[in-house]
Design a protein around this ligand. Structure first.
Ligand code: AMP
Ligand code: MG
Length: 404
């Protein structure tokens, strides 16, 4: 019995759990999800600060202009100096400097004229002008980043701002890739006409690296149930997730289901109403170890990876359930044909015109046609209901290039 891709993902997401939390230095935390809320350790900004280079003044002094004020001192960014701004005086301030006591506004340097006798101001200034008020961005103890937030560049900067040198983050899953098939040769080998180079191994590890799972190894294993079971057992012992390519269908040499059973794995589903990727398989071993069996054709492998494996990895990495499977909704740039009863994934590229981005389906000779995927940015997801879907219709698009 085939299940829908949505049901299949639901089964997977019921099984996967976020991994343990650990503390990592900021330099190693990029791409991890927070396992704690990050709070401000003081008001942000911590004091009234000048937003510009200029002069701190008492706004009442400039109620009738032009007016010259005596220069009574200077506060540069990082200076602890607090020269008081008394009536009839001003203080030079640089961007980021604390506003000196007595002042209630900053006039930007471009609107002034400095001479030996003082600083000339040509127009009045509003109270608070060019001042970032203490606490206006966040008060002390405010939650700035929530548990589960993915740490990108800005978030790492925020952690640094509030003194979080070692944020608590979720571990990322240990993953490995096993490619089954007697016909496969490593990329640098000569290949006979009866053989082909393993492209799924390199392409899966590349997809993993693109989404932040670097350094994953891949191996080719022969189509032999015992040898496969032995390799799988070792892989499961040492990793949280094992991705298998090939050997998952009903052919005489498709030994993956058998090997999973020999390894003590529990098959949760085998067969999804989708094209490509129908023989898709998912199994669990013990608590929170997962095996994905992806049918070997290169576009099936990529589709299965983005539909099932990546959401599982992202959930295990601590990402919120709703964010595990990135999806965009964009209009079709040309007609597309949906299939009866099978959700169809069509490789597509993003094209831009005056109205913005749209999706151009790419002609493909089927799931073995990696060449047609060469210009793809992802896949269009077409519901399992036969019929033409016209150009201009907004459809779901699964990016095969990283999004947050
Ligand atoms: P399978 O799912 O094992 O029946 O494989 C289906 C087809 O996918 C095979 O006939 C190969 O042409 C292709 N294939 C399987 N594994 C790989 C791989 N690692 N790299 C490239 N092509 C593969
Ligand atoms: Mg095979």
């Amino acid at each position: 019995m085939l299940i829908t891709p949505t049901k299949a993902l639901g089964i997977i997401l019921e099984q996967v759990r976020p991994l343990k939390a650990l503390r990592l230095p900021l330099s190693q935390a990029t791409g991890h999800c927070l396992a704690e809320d990050i709070r401000s350790d003081r008001d942000q900004p911590a004091a009234d600060r000048s937003a510009m280079d200029g002069f701190a003044v008492r706004s009442t002094d400039l109620s009738s202009c032009p007016r010259q004020l005596r220069l009574a001192g200077e506060v540069a960014a990082g200076s602890p100096a607090r020269p008081r701004v008394r009536p009839g005086t001003c203080v030079r301030v640089l961007t980021g400097a604390n506003v000196p006591p007595g002042a209630d506004a900053v006039v930007i340097v471009e609107q002034t004229k400095e001479s030996d006798s003082g600083v000339m101001f040509s127009r009045p200034v509003k109270v608070g002008a060019n001042i970032r008020k203490r606490g206006e961005e966040a008060k002390n103890r405010t939650v700035l980043l929530k548990k589960g937030a993915l740490l990108g560049a800005v978030q790492i900067g925020l952690c640094a701002t509030v003194g979080k040198a070692q944020p608590k983050v979720y571990a990322r899953p240990r993953v490995t890739v096993l490619c089954t098939g007697e016909e496969l040769r490593p990329v640098s080998d000569r290949v006979g006409r009866h053989e082909l180079r393993d492209s799924n191994g390199p392409s899966l590890t590349a997809a993993l690296a693109l989404w932040g799972y670097q350094g994953v190894t891949h191996k080719v294993v022969p189509d032999d149930p015992k040898a496969l079971a032995a390799k799988l057992k070792r892989a499961v012992n040492q990793h949280d997730v094992v991705i298998l390519s090939g050997g998952v269908s009903v052919g005489k040499y498709d030994f993956v289901p058998q090997a999973i059973k020999l390894t003590g794995g529990r098959i949760r589903f085998h067969g999804v109403a989708m094209r490509p990727g129908k023989p898709e398989l998912y199994a669990t071993v013990g608590r929170n170890k997962h095996i994905f069996g992806l049918p070997g054709n290169p576009l099936s492998v990529m589709t299965g990876f983005y539909e099932f494996v990546l959401p599982a990895l992202r959930r295990m990495s601590g990402l919120d359930l709703k964010l595990c499977q990135p999806c965009l909704r964009l209009p079709l740039a040309a007609d597309a044909q949906a299939l009866p009863k099978l959700v169809r994934f069509v490789v597509a590229k993003l094209v831009s015109n005056k109205k913005g981005l749209s999706l151009m389906p790419i002609k493909s000779h089927g799931s073995g046609d990696l060449i047609s995927g060469g210009t793809a940015d992802g896949v269009i997801v077409l519901p399992g209901k036969a019929g033409k879907i016209s150009a201009g219709t907004v459809v779901a698009f699964r990016p095969w290039r990283p999004l947050p």
